[in-house]
Design a protein around this ligand. Structure first.
Ligand code: GDP
Length: 445
């Protein structure tokens, strides 16, 4: 049994004196435990080492939040960093399958779950995305594999390319392409042959198929339980064939998910889907937070982390409110608010939580204040000096010009931001006057 990381960390921190901020030594001690936990979750040593270093830089000097222990706080930092590393760009599970018929090349070793995953993905594309899909097996050495895909196709109601004996994989790929075009398919999937281990013949064959098919997506299917081997396989396929994404299968098993972290860190390729069982609907988009929870190896970690998160946010909000009541609302506050808004799904979410702000949020939305504008506003604030942020009233023409230029925007954009800041600041003051502990306290509850 793995010892729970949280238990380990609390053990470590019980022995340490509580201080206002996480000291370098505290963090180091805690991270030794984190490193062991990562290695037990089958994260490769270099990846674990780099990861721990990144966390160390982030954690040292962080203020310890009231009502969570330093150990819990380190867990939270680790959890957030895991998600950051695991997160790929773009929508989870998104595939580039415009320009019909779009070829998807499925590659991987034998037994990794390639054929099953081909069918699962075809079913998903058909059911969720309403795509017309054609599947073709290129495994000419294993007639049983070709038949297997055909049977799966019948089960899920997806067409398969008729089997023609004596063709080579390249010929089959060409025939699939022609049939996909003629038959009005949106997507055609090429299920390539697998081997028990990587060999030259396999790679040459996949390469030849890739060259005729020119796939939009090349998905590597690997068994998530094989840990470091899966990463090694991915490196090999990527350097030789070039993959666009990974599907980790058998994530319903006992594995701790460490392969996912190594996979991301080593190959830099997104994990697009995970296989969660033998059934043909057991394919899900890759969710970094779930895997992060698994790697940390504790059922209650997510709840714990969320609680810590809420505490941290509540404390931040409380501090902010206290300052607003005193009529202090500078650009740093505005920036924090803007960032919070982005996190909370735009203006409305955040503003609606503050009394009197609902109307303003509607006005902002009506004015087209979407996330892009929020980003631009944050960029403008970032372009200000520390002093300017604390005292926006010192912004004269030359400063304004410099700030706007630094953010790649116009002075008129900056003026809009300043106007919004003034309006919000006035409102805060009014609300502050409404009585200490009155509405504000209510809002905090
Ligand atoms: P291929 O040789 O790579 O094409 O592998 P197959 O698709 O034939 O799969 C090999 C075995 O793994 C089959 O028994 C599948 O049902 C099973 N399998 C595939 N994906 C998963 C998964 O996500 N979870 C579990 N538990 N089994 C899987």
């Amino acid at each position: 049994m793995f010892e729970n990381l949280s238990e380990r960390l609390s053990g470590v921190f019980d022995r340490l004196t509580k201080q206002g901020a996480l000291s370098e030594d505290d963090v180091k001690t805690a991270l030794r435990e984190v490193r062991v936990a990562l290695l037990e979750a089958d994260v490769s040593l270099p990846v674990a080492r780099d990861f721990v270093k990144a966390v160390q830089d982030k954690a040292t000097g962080q203020a310890v939040t009231k009502s969570v222990t330093p150990g819990q706080q380190v867990v939270k930092i680790v959890h957030d960093e895991l998600i950051a590393v695991l997160q790929g760009e773009g929508e989870p599970g998104a595939l580039r399958i415009d320009n019909a018929p779009a070829p998807i090349l499925m590659v991987g070793l034998q037994g990794g779950g390639k054929t099953t995953t081909t069918a699962k993905l075809a079913k998903r594309l058909k059911d969720r995305d309403n795509k017309k899909v054609l599947m073709a097996s290129l495994d000419v050495n294993r007639p049983a594999a070709m038949e297997q895909l055909q049977i799966l196709g019948t089960q899920i109601g997806v067409d398969t390319l008729p089997i023609v004996k004596g063709e080579n994989p390249v010929q089959i790929a060409k025939r699939a392409k022609t049939q996909a075009s003629l038959g009005g398919y949106d997507v055609y999937m090429l299920d390539t042959a697998g081997r028990l281990s990587i060999d030259e013949e396999l790679m040459a064959q996949v390469e030849a198929v890739r060259d005729v098919a020119n796939p939009r997506e090349t998905l590597l299917v690997v068994d998530g339980l094989t840990g470091q081997d899966a990463v090694h396989t991915a490196e090999n396929f990527d350097s030789r064939i070039g993959i666009t994404g990974v599907v980790l299968t058998r994530m319903d098993g006992d594995g701790r998910g460490g392969a996912a972290l190594s996979m991301r860190a080593v190959t830099g390729k997104p994990i697009k889907f995970v296989g969660l069982g033998e059934k043909l609907d057991a394919l899900e988009t890759f969710e970094p937070d779930r895997i992060a929870g698994r790697i940390l190896g504790m059922g209650d970690i997510v709840a714990l982390v969320e609680k810590a998160q809420q505490t941290i946010e509540a404390e931040q909000a409380e501090r902010m409110m206290k300052r607003f009541q005193k009529g202090q609302f500078n650009m740093n506050d505005l920036k924090m608010q803007l960032e919070q808004m982005m996190k909370m799904g735009g203006m409305e979410g955040m503003m609606s939580m503050m009394p009197g702000m609902g109307k303003m949020s509607k006005q902002m939305n009506d004015a087209g204040l979407d996330d892009k504008i929020l980003n631009q506003q944050v960029a403008l604030i970032n372009s200000m000096t520390k002093r300017e942020r604390a005292n926006p009233q010192i912004l004269q023409a030359s400063r304004k010009k410099r700030i706007a230029k630094g953010a790649g925007m116009e002075v008129s954009d900056l003026n809009k931001l300043l106007k919004m800041h003034r309006q919000m600041s006035d409102m805060m003051k009014k609300m502050g006057k409404m009585g200490k502990g009155g509405m504000m306290k209510q809002a905090m509850k």
